[in-house]
Each structure stands twice: as structure tokens, then as C-alpha cells.
Design a protein around this ligand. Structure first.
Ligand SMILES: *Cc1c(COP(=O)(O)O)cnc(C)c1O
Length: 365
């Protein structure tokens, strides 16, 4: 079927939705990703039939056979984006078509069906419209949206990818990542483990990448660090990412970020910063950055700041680095001026307090 057929969503409202008082209690102090709203989106895919049974329904458990493909072979992809309540009262998302496009790139890599971008964005709109009361008011707070897709065919045969899939979206109110103020993170350089290798799934947003990363993140914590920094698979020499975020190195008024070599996840926040940099009077460069350059740059003072970026925390300063046989501080270890300028610009666009020259903000309500 090549002609995109517009799906219409069946709406089944919950008869046990939480009351305003219950909701307010939960939203007063939301722990990231712990509490979910009253509804969710579900769309099924069957080979030969395409996408069908699009619906908004009460949030609740799924019934799947234990033999379902996703439980055994990890065929799963996801996205993450936020709905923001702007100062003027509008509810918006940020670049949802970029998430839709990346979702489909991930789908292709994991041999899963693509979802029309319009359907992806429509599913977010329908969920956010239904859950409008769940979009928090304070600046820095948001409704986190988690679209994902799983392989649902039962059977342990691995000769073929699944012939059936389920796409879903769930939503969770989120407080500011920096409730106690902006604190630079410390990072551990992982040379024992690798996140992604050429030809692997590093470019795809799939759960399997995270499953393989937890052991290194645990090691980072054992080393007294907040986050793991991933290096290239062949030599463990070049910097790739920090946990689930992309990295930027600040050399005076030049931003340098690791090039997308195929084993990095192409962050939408990363792309937005590269686009905004010129407007902020900053040069940009995408290239390889080695650990040696990082350490030497901090020693000479040429490398003034390092920050990580991603949807969840937007922009996070990196304060110090530790590896198996070395450790150093970036600048004086406190959040840098360029880091904070980039952060404020992005947040300003998202919350509607700064102009949006690239039309990134997508109004839902
Ligand atoms: C999602 C993700 C990012 C950040 O992407 P954004 O689109 O900016 O949120 C970076 N690295 C990894 C591994 C990720 O999964």
C-alpha cells in the first residue's frame, strides 16, 4: 500500500481518570517518568494491512504472550519530547516532525515499519489535547511524551522480523531537571565498555542501546561520577556522547561537537544548538574530538567549557572528568557563560519568551 491512508483515531475516554485534586497532588512534585497521565495512544500494524486500529484509550497494562518477539529479541524503538505551557497560555511541542523523522530512521534500522510523520504528530496532538490539564504551569516543567514501537508477533523464530507491531504514546508530567539549581555533572570515561560501533545501532533510538549501557553507567557511579562518557569503539580515543546526551566543547567563542560518524545518536537539541550558534555569535565545528585534546585544552585554558544536551535536561554543564589513569576539571568546574547563554536561548524559544525564527515551536492548544 503506497498511498498514505489517513488514520482516524477512535477515542475511548477513561471512566477512572484522576480528579483535579489527585492530579494536583501528583503534579506538585513529579518524579521524572514515574507517574503517567490517564490516557495513552495505541496503533497496530500488520504486514499486508498496514497501520490500523488507531485509538486513544485509558492508560493501563498490555496483555502480551510471553513468547512475544520484543521480550526475546529486543525489537523496540522510542522517542522523547516534551509539551510546554508557554507564558501566553499556549501548549506547544518543539520540532515534533524532527522526532517523527528520526523515529522512522530508527524503524528502518531495526527492520520495523515506518509510521507516517503526520500520524506521529497527530497522535501527540490528540494525547496532549486530551491531557491538557496535565501540562504543568511553572517554567522549566513540562509534559514528557514517550512514543515507542514494539514487535508484537508471538514466536521465537528469528529468521524473520515480526509481522505485527504496536506503536504507543504515553505521557508523564516532569518537573525541571534542575530543581535545586544548575549543578555541573562529573563524568567517567568508559574504556572498558562501548556504546556503539560502526554498522551497529548507535544512530537508532532503540532500547537495546540503553540495555547495553547500564553496566557502564553503574561503573561511573561506583567511580564517584554522575554520568558515563562513551568513546569510539575501535580506539577508545575519540569522544562520542555522554549517557543519553550529546556533547559540546567550547573553545572561546567556538562550539565544537563530535561529528556524526554513524555511532552517535543525532540529537534534535544538538541540531538546534548548531543552528542557533550563529545567531548567538558563536562559530561551530563538527569534527572528531579526542580525550587527549579535551585534557590538553583544559590544561592550556583554550577549552573553556563543556556541556551536554538533550530533551530531558536541555543543557547540562560538565564540570569534571575522570578516567582510569587521569582526571581533570573544566575551567573552575562551575557552569560557563556560553553554556548558560545557549541554555537560556533554547528554553526561551520553548517557553515562548524568545522569538522563534526557525518555526520550531508547534502549537497544539
Ligand atoms: C535521545 C538521545 C539523545 C538526545 O537527543 P535529543 O533529540 O536532543 O533529545 C542523545 N543521545 C542518545 C543516546 C539519545 O538516546
Amino acid at each position: 500500500m503506497t498511498i498514505a491512508q489517513k488514520l482516524s483515531f477512535d477515542v475511548q475516554l477513561s471512566d477512572h481518570a484522576r480528579t483535579a485534586a489527585e492530579r494536583e497532588q501528583v503534579m506538585a512534585n513529579p518524579v521524572f517518568g514515574k507517574v503517567f497521565t490517564d490516557h495513552m495512544i495505541s496503533i497496530d500494524f500488520t504486514e499486508g494491512r498496514g497501520w490500523h486500529d488507531a485509538r486513544l484509550m485509558p492508560y493501563g497494562p498490555l496483555a502480551l504472550e510471553p513468547a512475544t518477539a520484543v521480550f526475546h529479541y529486543g525489537q523496540e524503538i522510542f522517542e522523547g519530547l516534551k509539551a510546554y505551557r508557554q507564558s501566553g497560555g499556549s501548549v506547544v511541542t518543539f520540532r515534533p516532525y524532527a522526532n517523527a523523522a528520526r523515529f522512522n530512521r530508527s524503524a528502518v534500522r531495526l527492520a520495523m515499519p515506518e509510521l507516517p510523520e503526520e500520524t506521529f504528530v497527530e497522535s501527540l496532538e490528540l494525547l496532549v489535547q486530551t491531557e491538557r490539564e496535565w501540562v504543568p504551569m511553572p517554567e522549566g516543567h513540562s509534559l514528557y511524551l514517550r512514543p515507542f514501537m514494539i514487535a508484537t508477533q508471538p514466536g521465537l523464530g528469528v529468521n524473520y522480523p515480526s509481522k505485527t507491531y504496536k506503536y504507543m504514546v504515553i505521557a508523564s508530567p516532569a518537573a525541571s531537571y534542575f530543581a535545586g539549581g544548575i549543578k555541573p555533572v562529573s563524568v567517567w570515561l568508559s574504556t572498558e565498555y562501548t556504546r556503539a560501533a560502526p554498522g551497529g545501532t548507535g544512530e537508532a533510538k532503540c532500547g537495546g542501546n540503553y540495555a547495553a549501557a547500564f553496566v557502564a553507567q553503574r561503573q561511573a557511579v561506583e567511580q564517584g561520577c554522575d554520568q558515563v562518557v562513551w568513546l569510539d569503539a575501535q580506539e577508545h580515543r575519540h569522544v562520542e556522547e555522554m549517557g543519553g546526551m550529546n556533547l559540546f566543547f567550547v573553545f572561546g567563542d567556538k562550539l565544537v561537537t563530535p561529528a556524526l560518524t554513524g555511532s552517535l545518536l543525532a540529537g534534535i537539541t544538538r541540531d538546534s544548538i548548531l543552528t542557533l550558534a550563529g545567531e548567538l555569535g558563536l562559530e561551530v565545528e563538527e569534527r572528531l574530538v579526542s580525550v587527549d585534546e579535551w585534557e590538553a585544552g583544559c590544561a592550556s585554558g583554550e577549552l573553556t567549557e563543556v556541556f551536554a544536551c538533550g530533551t530531558a535536561a536541555i543543557v547540562t554543564p560538565v564540570g569534571s572528568v575522570k578516567g582510569a589513569d587521569r582526571s581533570w576539571t573544566i575551567g573552575d568546574g562551575s557552569p560557563g557563560e556560553v553554556t548558560m547563554r545557549v541554555r537560556e536561548e533554547l528554553i526561551g524559544i520553548q517557553y515562548g519568551t524568545r522569538p522563534d525564527p526557525h518555526n520550531w515551536v508547534h502549537k497544539i492548544l
